[in-house]
Design a protein around this ligand. Sequence first.
Ligand SMILES: [Zn+2]
Length: 364
Amino acid sequence: MPELPDVEVYREVLARRLVGKAITRLRVRTPFVLRTFDPPISALAGKKVTGVRRLGKRIVFVLEDDLFLVVHLMVAGRFKWNDKPDAGIPGKLGIAAFDFTGATVILTEASMKKRASIHLVRGEDALVALAAKGLEPLQIDRATFAAVLARENHTIKRTLTDPRMFSGIGNAYSDEILHRAKVSPVKWTSRLDEQEIDRLYQATRTVLPEWTERLRKEAGDGFPEKVTAFRSEMAVHGKYGQPCPVCGSKVQRIVHAENETNYCAVCQTEGKLLADRALSRLLRDDWPRSLDDLEDFKDARMLRQPSEARLTEAAKVAKQSLANEKLPSEAASERLQSGYGSVAPSTVTKTKTTGTRTKKTKNV
Ligand SMILES: [Zn+2]
Protein backbone atom coordinates (compact mmCIF):
# COMPACT_ATOMS: atom_id res chain seq x y z
CA MET A 1 0.00 0.00 0.00
CA PRO A 2 1.25 3.48 -0.60
CA GLU A 3 3.42 4.51 2.33
CA LEU A 4 5.23 7.76 3.19
CA PRO A 5 7.64 7.81 0.19
CA ASP A 6 4.92 6.96 -2.38
CA VAL A 7 2.39 9.37 -0.90
CA GLU A 8 4.98 12.12 -0.62
CA VAL A 9 5.83 11.83 -4.32
CA TYR A 10 2.13 11.82 -5.22
CA ARG A 11 1.80 14.96 -3.10
CA GLU A 12 4.63 16.77 -4.82
CA VAL A 13 3.39 15.96 -8.33
CA LEU A 14 -0.22 16.82 -7.51
CA ALA A 15 0.85 20.09 -5.90
CA ARG A 16 2.95 21.04 -8.94
CA ARG A 17 0.09 20.38 -11.28
CA LEU A 18 -2.94 21.50 -9.30
CA VAL A 19 -2.13 24.44 -7.05
CA GLY A 20 -3.89 27.46 -8.52
CA LYS A 21 -6.36 25.35 -10.47
CA ALA A 22 -10.01 25.14 -9.46
CA ILE A 23 -11.85 21.92 -8.74
CA THR A 24 -15.10 21.82 -10.67
CA ARG A 25 -16.68 18.73 -9.14
CA LEU A 26 -16.14 15.34 -7.54
CA ARG A 27 -17.73 12.28 -9.07
CA VAL A 28 -17.96 9.02 -7.14
CA ARG A 29 -18.94 5.69 -8.61
CA THR A 30 -19.61 3.87 -5.37
CA PRO A 31 -21.40 5.53 -2.48
CA PHE A 32 -19.12 4.16 0.23
CA VAL A 33 -15.98 5.82 -1.08
CA LEU A 34 -17.30 9.15 0.16
CA ARG A 35 -17.42 8.98 3.95
CA THR A 36 -18.77 12.43 4.76
CA PHE A 37 -21.90 14.33 3.82
CA ASP A 38 -21.40 17.69 5.48
CA PRO A 39 -20.21 19.86 3.85
CA PRO A 40 -21.85 18.49 0.71
CA ILE A 41 -19.58 17.90 -2.27
CA SER A 42 -21.39 20.62 -4.17
CA ALA A 43 -19.46 22.99 -1.87
CA LEU A 44 -16.30 22.13 -3.84
CA ALA A 45 -17.39 23.61 -7.13
CA GLY A 46 -15.10 26.38 -8.33
CA LYS A 47 -12.81 26.31 -5.28
CA LYS A 48 -9.13 26.82 -6.00
CA VAL A 49 -6.50 24.37 -4.78
CA THR A 50 -4.21 26.33 -2.48
CA GLY A 51 -2.00 23.41 -1.50
CA VAL A 52 -1.61 19.64 -1.39
CA ARG A 53 -0.57 18.08 1.91
CA ARG A 54 0.30 14.65 3.17
CA LEU A 55 -1.39 13.59 6.39
CA GLY A 56 0.22 10.27 7.27
CA LYS A 57 -0.70 8.10 4.33
CA ARG A 58 -3.48 10.43 3.25
CA ILE A 59 -3.39 13.05 0.51
CA VAL A 60 -5.13 16.30 1.34
CA PHE A 61 -6.26 18.77 -1.30
CA VAL A 62 -6.38 22.11 0.47
CA LEU A 63 -9.09 24.28 -1.04
CA GLU A 64 -10.36 27.80 -0.66
CA ASP A 65 -13.00 28.39 2.02
CA ASP A 66 -11.18 26.24 4.56
CA LEU A 67 -12.18 23.03 2.76
CA PHE A 68 -10.03 19.91 2.86
CA LEU A 69 -10.58 17.03 0.49
CA VAL A 70 -8.87 14.03 2.04
CA VAL A 71 -8.10 10.83 0.14
CA HIS A 72 -6.88 7.64 1.77
CA LEU A 73 -5.63 5.12 -0.79
CA MET A 74 -5.48 2.20 1.66
CA VAL A 75 -3.98 -0.90 0.01
CA ALA A 76 -4.99 -0.80 -3.62
CA GLY A 77 -6.04 2.80 -4.25
CA ARG A 78 -4.03 4.75 -6.84
CA PHE A 79 -4.23 8.11 -8.56
CA LYS A 80 -4.23 8.36 -12.33
CA TRP A 81 -3.74 11.59 -14.19
CA ASN A 82 -5.71 12.51 -17.28
CA ASP A 83 -4.89 15.69 -19.20
CA LYS A 84 -8.47 15.99 -20.34
CA PRO A 85 -11.10 17.67 -18.20
CA ASP A 86 -14.13 15.58 -17.24
CA ALA A 87 -12.47 12.32 -18.29
CA GLY A 88 -14.55 9.17 -17.87
CA ILE A 89 -14.07 6.95 -14.85
CA PRO A 90 -12.58 3.68 -16.15
CA GLY A 91 -15.07 0.86 -15.81
CA LYS A 92 -13.42 -1.86 -13.74
CA LEU A 93 -11.09 0.02 -11.43
CA GLY A 94 -12.27 3.57 -11.30
CA ILE A 95 -14.09 4.61 -8.15
CA ALA A 96 -14.01 8.41 -8.33
CA ALA A 97 -12.91 11.36 -10.41
CA PHE A 98 -11.75 14.80 -9.30
CA ASP A 99 -12.44 17.30 -12.04
CA PHE A 100 -10.13 20.29 -12.22
CA THR A 101 -9.96 23.01 -14.79
CA GLY A 102 -8.13 21.35 -17.68
CA ALA A 103 -7.45 17.96 -16.10
CA THR A 104 -8.95 15.01 -14.26
CA VAL A 105 -7.49 13.01 -11.39
CA ILE A 106 -8.99 9.53 -11.31
CA LEU A 107 -9.03 7.39 -8.20
CA THR A 108 -8.77 3.67 -8.95
CA GLU A 109 -8.85 0.70 -6.61
CA ALA A 110 -7.92 -2.76 -7.80
CA SER A 111 -9.32 -4.83 -5.00
CA MET A 112 -12.52 -6.62 -4.19
CA LYS A 113 -12.43 -4.93 -0.83
CA LYS A 114 -13.18 -1.31 -1.54
CA ARG A 115 -11.43 0.46 1.28
CA ALA A 116 -10.12 3.67 -0.23
CA SER A 117 -11.93 6.67 1.18
CA ILE A 118 -12.66 10.31 0.52
CA HIS A 119 -13.58 12.79 3.23
CA LEU A 120 -14.57 16.38 2.68
CA VAL A 121 -14.20 18.45 5.84
CA ARG A 122 -14.16 22.11 6.74
CA GLY A 123 -11.50 23.55 9.04
CA GLU A 124 -8.13 22.40 10.38
CA ASP A 125 -9.72 20.89 13.48
CA ALA A 126 -11.91 18.57 11.42
CA LEU A 127 -8.86 17.62 9.36
CA VAL A 128 -6.77 16.79 12.41
CA ALA A 129 -9.63 14.74 13.85
CA LEU A 130 -9.56 12.49 10.78
CA ALA A 131 -6.05 11.17 11.17
CA ALA A 132 -4.61 8.72 13.63
CA LYS A 133 -2.36 10.47 16.10
CA GLY A 134 0.94 8.99 15.00
CA LEU A 135 4.00 11.22 14.78
CA GLU A 136 5.77 12.05 11.56
CA PRO A 137 8.85 9.83 11.80
CA LEU A 138 11.10 12.34 10.04
CA GLN A 139 10.10 15.27 12.21
CA ILE A 140 10.91 13.92 15.65
CA ASP A 141 14.12 13.78 17.63
CA ARG A 142 15.67 10.65 19.03
CA ALA A 143 14.20 11.13 22.51
CA THR A 144 10.66 11.43 21.12
CA PHE A 145 11.23 8.42 18.89
CA ALA A 146 12.35 6.40 21.91
CA ALA A 147 9.37 7.63 23.92
CA VAL A 148 6.95 6.43 21.25
CA LEU A 149 8.62 3.01 21.25
CA ALA A 150 8.30 2.84 25.02
CA ARG A 151 4.65 3.84 25.15
CA GLU A 152 3.19 0.36 24.66
CA ASN A 153 4.89 -2.99 24.62
CA HIS A 154 4.50 -4.55 21.19
CA THR A 155 6.68 -6.22 18.63
CA ILE A 156 8.75 -3.53 16.95
CA LYS A 157 7.20 -4.49 13.60
CA ARG A 158 3.77 -3.67 14.93
CA THR A 159 4.86 -0.43 16.60
CA LEU A 160 6.54 0.93 13.47
CA THR A 161 3.44 0.24 11.39
CA ASP A 162 0.91 1.43 13.95
CA PRO A 163 -0.52 4.75 12.69
CA ARG A 164 -1.27 5.74 16.29
CA MET A 165 2.49 5.61 16.93
CA PHE A 166 4.13 6.67 13.67
CA SER A 167 2.63 8.16 10.59
CA GLY A 168 3.16 6.79 7.09
CA ILE A 169 5.09 3.55 7.72
CA GLY A 170 3.51 0.32 6.52
CA ASN A 171 4.50 -3.25 5.89
CA ALA A 172 7.06 -2.58 3.16
CA TYR A 173 9.13 0.21 4.67
CA SER A 174 9.02 -1.28 8.17
CA ASP A 175 10.71 -4.39 6.74
CA GLU A 176 13.33 -2.19 5.12
CA ILE A 177 13.90 -0.07 8.24
CA LEU A 178 14.25 -3.15 10.47
CA HIS A 179 16.72 -4.71 8.06
CA ARG A 180 18.79 -1.52 7.88
CA ALA A 181 18.74 -1.26 11.68
CA LYS A 182 19.62 -4.96 12.08
CA VAL A 183 16.75 -5.47 14.52
CA SER A 184 14.44 -8.47 14.67
CA PRO A 185 10.85 -7.71 13.62
CA VAL A 186 9.51 -9.60 16.63
CA LYS A 187 11.69 -7.97 19.26
CA TRP A 188 9.47 -6.51 22.00
CA THR A 189 9.81 -2.77 22.24
CA SER A 190 10.33 -3.04 26.01
CA ARG A 191 13.44 -5.12 25.35
CA LEU A 192 15.16 -2.79 22.88
CA ASP A 193 18.52 -1.55 24.15
CA GLU A 194 19.91 1.95 23.51
CA GLN A 195 22.03 0.83 20.55
CA GLU A 196 19.03 -0.78 18.90
CA ILE A 197 16.92 2.33 19.41
CA ASP A 198 19.77 4.40 17.89
CA ARG A 199 19.93 2.14 14.88
CA LEU A 200 16.17 2.15 14.42
CA TYR A 201 16.04 5.92 14.65
CA GLN A 202 18.86 6.34 12.13
CA ALA A 203 17.46 3.69 9.78
CA THR A 204 14.05 5.36 9.77
CA ARG A 205 15.65 8.69 8.93
CA THR A 206 17.66 7.27 6.07
CA VAL A 207 15.42 4.60 4.52
CA LEU A 208 12.35 6.84 4.10
CA PRO A 209 14.15 9.83 2.50
CA GLU A 210 16.25 7.49 0.33
CA TRP A 211 13.10 5.92 -1.06
CA THR A 212 11.31 9.22 -1.46
CA GLU A 213 14.27 10.47 -3.52
CA ARG A 214 14.36 7.29 -5.59
CA LEU A 215 10.63 7.46 -6.36
CA ARG A 216 10.86 11.20 -7.04
CA LYS A 217 13.57 10.58 -9.63
CA GLU A 218 11.59 7.74 -11.15
CA ALA A 219 8.52 9.94 -11.56
CA GLY A 220 10.60 12.80 -12.98
CA ASP A 221 8.29 15.23 -14.75
CA GLY A 222 5.65 12.55 -15.20
CA PHE A 223 2.93 11.24 -12.94
CA PRO A 224 3.87 8.29 -10.66
CA GLU A 225 2.60 5.23 -12.55
CA LYS A 226 4.26 2.30 -10.82
CA VAL A 227 3.14 2.70 -7.26
CA THR A 228 3.82 -0.64 -5.62
CA ALA A 229 5.13 -2.01 -2.35
CA PHE A 230 7.31 -4.48 -4.22
CA ARG A 231 10.43 -3.05 -5.78
CA SER A 232 13.59 -4.70 -7.00
CA GLU A 233 15.82 -2.29 -5.06
CA MET A 234 14.31 -3.30 -1.73
CA ALA A 235 16.60 -5.25 0.55
CA VAL A 236 14.15 -7.72 2.07
CA HIS A 237 10.54 -6.70 1.54
CA GLY A 238 8.93 -9.03 -1.01
CA LYS A 239 12.29 -10.78 -1.40
CA TYR A 240 11.54 -14.11 0.27
CA GLY A 241 14.12 -16.69 -0.79
CA GLN A 242 16.33 -14.16 -2.55
CA PRO A 243 19.79 -13.20 -1.30
CA CYS A 244 20.13 -10.45 1.31
CA PRO A 245 22.11 -7.61 -0.31
CA VAL A 246 24.24 -7.26 2.82
CA CYS A 247 25.22 -10.84 3.65
CA GLY A 248 23.93 -12.96 0.78
CA SER A 249 21.88 -15.38 2.86
CA LYS A 250 18.29 -16.08 1.87
CA VAL A 251 15.61 -13.64 2.95
CA GLN A 252 13.12 -15.23 5.36
CA ARG A 253 9.49 -14.58 6.13
CA ILE A 254 6.86 -14.77 8.81
CA VAL A 255 3.34 -15.09 7.46
CA HIS A 256 0.61 -13.47 9.51
CA ALA A 257 -2.95 -12.63 8.53
CA GLU A 258 -2.86 -11.25 5.00
CA ASN A 259 0.68 -10.01 5.32
CA GLU A 260 4.15 -11.34 5.56
CA THR A 261 7.15 -9.89 7.27
CA ASN A 262 10.48 -10.35 5.52
CA TYR A 263 13.81 -10.30 7.29
CA CYS A 264 17.36 -11.59 7.06
CA ALA A 265 18.19 -14.07 9.79
CA VAL A 266 21.92 -13.39 9.66
CA CYS A 267 21.60 -9.59 9.73
CA GLN A 268 18.67 -9.29 12.11
CA THR A 269 18.10 -12.29 14.34
CA GLU A 270 21.56 -13.73 15.03
CA GLY A 271 20.86 -16.48 12.56
CA LYS A 272 17.63 -17.64 14.17
CA LEU A 273 14.89 -18.55 11.71
CA LEU A 274 11.65 -17.03 12.90
CA ALA A 275 9.37 -18.47 10.26
CA ASP A 276 7.61 -20.88 12.51
CA ARG A 277 4.08 -21.24 13.72
CA ALA A 278 4.64 -19.74 17.15
CA LEU A 279 6.02 -16.53 15.71
CA SER A 280 3.35 -16.25 13.08
CA ARG A 281 0.90 -16.54 15.92
CA LEU A 282 2.81 -14.02 17.97
CA LEU A 283 2.76 -11.43 15.21
CA ARG A 284 -0.84 -12.19 14.44
CA ASP A 285 -1.89 -11.86 18.06
CA ASP A 286 0.06 -8.63 18.46
CA TRP A 287 -1.92 -7.27 15.56
CA PRO A 288 -5.47 -6.55 14.73
CA ARG A 289 -6.72 -8.80 11.93
CA SER A 290 -4.52 -7.06 9.41
CA LEU A 291 -2.31 -4.00 9.22
CA ASP A 292 -5.09 -2.09 7.61
CA ASP A 293 -7.39 -2.60 10.53
CA LEU A 294 -5.11 -0.30 12.43
CA GLU A 295 -5.22 2.16 9.62
CA ASP A 296 -8.89 2.41 8.98
CA PHE A 297 -10.49 1.54 12.27
CA LYS A 298 -12.19 4.90 12.26
CA ASP A 299 -13.68 4.35 8.84
CA ALA A 300 -14.71 0.83 9.76
CA ARG A 301 -16.42 2.05 12.88
CA MET A 302 -18.24 4.65 10.85
CA LEU A 303 -19.38 2.03 8.38
CA ARG A 304 -20.63 -0.28 11.09
CA GLN A 305 -22.84 2.48 12.41
CA PRO A 306 -24.10 4.10 9.27
CA SER A 307 -26.11 7.18 9.85
CA GLU A 308 -29.27 7.29 7.82
CA ALA A 309 -28.49 10.75 6.56
CA ARG A 310 -24.99 9.79 5.47
CA LEU A 311 -26.20 6.79 3.52
CA THR A 312 -29.03 8.64 1.84
CA GLU A 313 -26.74 11.48 0.88
CA ALA A 314 -24.01 9.11 -0.34
CA ALA A 315 -26.44 7.16 -2.49
CA LYS A 316 -27.83 10.34 -3.94
CA VAL A 317 -24.37 11.62 -4.81
CA ALA A 318 -23.37 8.35 -6.46
CA LYS A 319 -26.54 8.25 -8.52
CA GLN A 320 -26.11 11.81 -9.64
CA SER A 321 -22.45 11.21 -10.44
CA LEU A 322 -23.26 8.32 -12.71
CA ALA A 323 -26.01 10.24 -14.44
CA ASN A 324 -23.65 13.13 -15.16
CA GLU A 325 -20.80 11.02 -16.31
CA LYS A 326 -19.79 10.66 -19.89
CA LEU A 327 -19.02 7.18 -21.10
CA PRO A 328 -15.26 6.64 -21.08
CA SER A 329 -13.76 6.14 -24.50
CA GLU A 330 -12.25 2.71 -25.04
CA ALA A 331 -8.83 4.22 -25.51
CA ALA A 332 -8.89 6.30 -22.38
CA SER A 333 -10.07 3.37 -20.36
CA GLU A 334 -7.37 1.12 -21.77
CA ARG A 335 -4.64 3.65 -21.19
CA LEU A 336 -5.70 4.11 -17.60
CA GLN A 337 -5.80 0.44 -16.92
CA SER A 338 -2.50 -0.35 -18.62
CA GLY A 339 -0.74 2.08 -16.30
CA TYR A 340 -1.92 -0.08 -13.53
CA GLY A 341 -0.08 -3.30 -14.31
CA SER A 342 2.41 -3.36 -11.49
CA VAL A 343 0.23 -2.77 -8.50
CA ALA A 344 1.06 -5.08 -5.66
CA PRO A 345 -1.05 -8.13 -5.02
CA SER A 346 -3.38 -7.41 -2.16
CA THR A 347 -2.76 -10.67 -0.45
CA VAL A 348 0.25 -12.87 -0.07
CA THR A 349 -0.02 -16.60 -0.53
CA LYS A 350 0.05 -18.30 2.80
CA THR A 351 2.65 -20.94 3.35
CA LYS A 352 2.65 -23.93 5.57
CA THR A 353 4.71 -23.43 8.64
CA THR A 354 7.02 -26.14 9.80
CA GLY A 355 6.35 -26.53 13.46
CA THR A 356 7.96 -24.59 16.25
CA ARG A 357 11.58 -25.48 15.70
CA THR A 358 14.16 -22.77 15.84
CA LYS A 359 17.02 -23.47 13.48
CA LYS A 360 20.44 -21.92 13.12
CA THR A 361 21.51 -21.05 9.63
CA LYS A 362 24.79 -22.39 8.29
CA ASN A 363 26.34 -18.94 8.11
CA VAL A 364 26.40 -18.52 11.85
ZN1 LIG B 1 21.63 -10.30 5.60
